[in-house]
Ligand binder design. Structure first.
Ligand SMILES: [Zn+2]
Length: 676
């Protein structure tokens, strides 16, 4: 049988990739990778950059080229058969990753290369990263500790998935069916239709509310029925805990304690004092003290302002709606009322000004002016769906720098959300020259009845965000995949280019490029623009302190863990709230029991990364505020020092090279309307 996944030169042949190709292709590719690694580590000559590291980069690249289209199709063209094939491959991939991470011969090979003096900057960074990652995989531990390391990891992965299962089961277990539509007063039509459809799917009449976000969030934001909001607030805020309607049923309490204990033990096994230190080993932030000081500094600037915003909201609710005391389940509801009252601007009103056929060339125009590149569509390419478009990027000299697929619209069997993913990496060696290719995937409303797809302003921001990730991947000039593009970029810095690009969705000059009324072509009117800008910072200090609360809680919980005292989870959360929160939830509330970013996702002692990267992107943009939003020198600087460099140097060094100084929080606070 011819297997297209084993013949991956050039772009993936999407139309001919079938589910039955997946597993055999992965087996064959892993066999090839293992054989290459065995041969490279068995050779009896001293490992060198050219003879050892470069071939290993090609090994990784072969696996990526084969697997990337499979993972991608699983996201954008899911089917039962493909999902089964994909899931069957996951354990094989993770076993391979563990095996490589703990391969002592490979580790010694990189050590030998590291000892050589002639390495370039990017080469040195790649080798340093590799040694760090081997160390973090426990490769250099004595045998007994290595065994313990494996046990801990296995138990942790079982515990984190147990945590997620409990949360999912608890979320799914709760629902409320309403016989009378009057109780949904205030909810927009889309939320009512969803409630109706959910009831029908369960064979019930009436309207069914659940704790899934698309159901929960509109109730909290729009439902006039205060008792209903309170009921959902309690059900949501006590999921998988010892409180609420399902108290004790899927209780994560013990699981959380055990996760914290094991993370701490794991960190100490690797020579760190605590898990916060372990987390920072791969991040841009230097040490725990820097992270805590960073968060507390932002808090100092925002808390007073946030309290003022709450006081405003309280006064509005009292004066306009006769509410004497605001409760936590009132915040989103009256917040929305106040926002409408003050700015009268909604996402729907902006939609006609952002037809996708205007936004897309406008966005390319922004990137062309900023970075001196040219983006053109390449028609006629066979992809995975007729709506998918394909583009190429050339630099000022006409050199092809990257290519990307754009899959813009929502459809059946396509995962929700928006993302950029790597199709192929830049790989530039004597033996091969491969350019980077990206997938940009969004879920915008498709065109209906001959009218183009109209984006909300939030969707325009999403598009710029993912395009920013894409530019980081595609404009890289680093030759080795492990540190090219977004690879090897620390977690707390990787959102810099994406959030940076979002800024051009808010400037008059760039909005003139990306907006135009779908019927008249008229640019966004000044009055609407003014209201949109003003609404941007609505309750921004309250949002800021909420994020700081989560980040400080996550970080301190891992930093201050003490086996003798246990996790002290809610004790620490209370302390953090005393410091930064504007309103404390009631005693029954169990936020941590549903904080899956930390207990089931990859954000443990890393939630601060969101704010960290925001500081970088705001501070980077402030250079354009000083010099002009299309200043070509600033644009070239960002391209050369950030986008082209990828993970080939320390993130802080790259940033300083671009900005001429380390980042400060001033621009973020100013953009959020909090200071300056
Ligand atoms: Zn992102």
């Amino acid at each position: 049988m011819h297997n297209p996944l084993l013949d991956m030169t050039g772009l993936p042949p999407f139309p001919s990739i079938l589910p039955e190709h997946v597993e055999p292709a992965l087996d064959a590719t892993l066999e090839h990778c293992r054989a290459r690694i065995a041969a490279l580590t068995a050779a009896d000559r001293v490992p060198t950059w050219e003879g050892f590291v470069e071939p290993l980069e090609e090994v990784d690249d072969a696996l990526n080229r084969m697997w990337s289209p499979v993972g991608h199709l699983n996201g954008v063209c899911n089917s039962e058969a493909l999902r089964n094939a994909y899931n069957a491959c996951l354990p094989k991939l993770s076993a391979y990753a563990t095996e490589v991470g703990q391969n002592a011969a490979l580790f010694r090979g990189y050590q030998a290369v590291a000892a050589q003096e002639h390495l370039s900057g990017p080469q040195r960074k790649l080798v340093d990263n590799a040694l760090r990652d081997f160390h973090l995989s426990g490769v250099d531990l004595p045998a007994d500790k290595q065994a313990r390391y494996k046990d801990i990891n296995q138990e942790l992965s079982a515990l984190t998935s147990k945590y997620a299962e409990n949360l999912l089961d608890a979320t799914n277990a709760w629902s409320k069916t309403l016989a009378d539509e009057a109780r949904l007063a205030g909810l927009p039509e889309s939320a009512r239709a969803l409630a109706r459809q959910t009831a029908e799917q369960c064979g019930e009449s009436g309207w069914m509310l659940t704790l899934d976000f698309p159901s929960y969030q509109p109730v909290m934001t729009y439902a006039d029925d205060r008792a209903l909001r309170r009921e959902l607030y309690e059900a949501y805020g006590t999921r998988a805990s010892d409180q609420g309607p399902h108290a004790g049923r899927w209780d994560n309490t013990q699981t959380m304690e055990r996760i914290l204990a094991l993370r701490h033990e794991l960190a100490q096994l690797l020579g760190f004092a605590n898990y916060a230190e372990r987390s920072l080993a791969t991040k841009m932030a230097k040490d725990p003290a820097q992270v805590v000081a960073f968060l507390e500094d932002l808090a100092r600037h925002s808390v007073t302002r946030a309290r003022g915003e709450l006081a405003e909201l309280t006064e509005f609710a009292r004066a306009e709606h006769g509410v004497e005391a605001l409760e936590p389940w009132d915040l989103a509801y009256y917040g929305e009322k106040l926002r409408q009252h003050r700015y009268q601007v909604g996402q729907e009103e902006l939609r006609p000004y952002f037809p996708i056929d205007r936004v897309l060339p406008g966005m390319f125009g922004v990137a062309e002016r900023l970075f001196g590149i040219r983006i053109t569509e390449v028609p006629g390419l066979e992809t995975w769906h007729p709506e998918v478009r394909f583009f190429e990027i050339r630099d000022a000299a006409g050199t092809l720098r990257g290519q990307f697929y754009l899959d813009p619209f929502a459809r059946q069997n396509k995962r929700g959300g928006a993302w950029m993913d790597v199709c192929t990496n830049r790989l530039h060696l004597v033996s091969c020259d491969q350019i980077p290719v990206a997938y940009l995937v969004c879920n915008f409303s498709p065109p209906v009845a001959g009218r183009p797809s109209l984006l909300t302003h939030d969707e325009v921001i999403t598009l710029f965000h993912e395009f920013g990730h894409g530019l980081h991947h595609m404009l890289t000039q680093v030759d080795y995949p492990a540190v090219a593009g977004i690879n090897g970029v620390p977690w707390d810095a990787v959102e810099l280019p994406s959030q940076f690009m979002e800024n051009w969705c808010w400037e008059r000059e760039s909005l003139d490029l990306i907006s135009g009324h779908v019927d008249t072509g008229e640019p966004l009117p000044d009055d609407l623009y003014g209201r949109m800008r003003a609404a941007r910072n609505f309750q921004s200090a309250m949002q800021m302190v909420r994020q700081l609360e989560l980040a400080l809680f996550d970080f301190r919980m891992h930093l201050e863990y003490d086996p003798a005292r246990g996790g002290r989870i809610y004790q620490i959360l209370d302390q953090v709230r005393d410091q930064v929160a504007v309103m404390k939830p009631p005693a029954f509330h169990r936020f941590a029991h549903g904080f899956s970013h930390i207990f089931a996702g990859g954000y443990a002692a890393g939630y601060y990364s969101y704010k960290w990267a925001e500081v970088l992107s705001a501070d980077a943009f402030s250079l354009f505020e000083e010099r002009g939003v299309f200043d070509p020198v600033a644009g070239a600087g960002f391209r050369e020092q950030i986008l082209e460099q990828g993970g080939s140097a320390e993130a802080m060094d790259l940033y300083v090279a671009f900005r001429g100084r380390p980042p400060t929080v001033d621009a973020l606070l100013r953009h959020a309307g909090i200071a300056g």
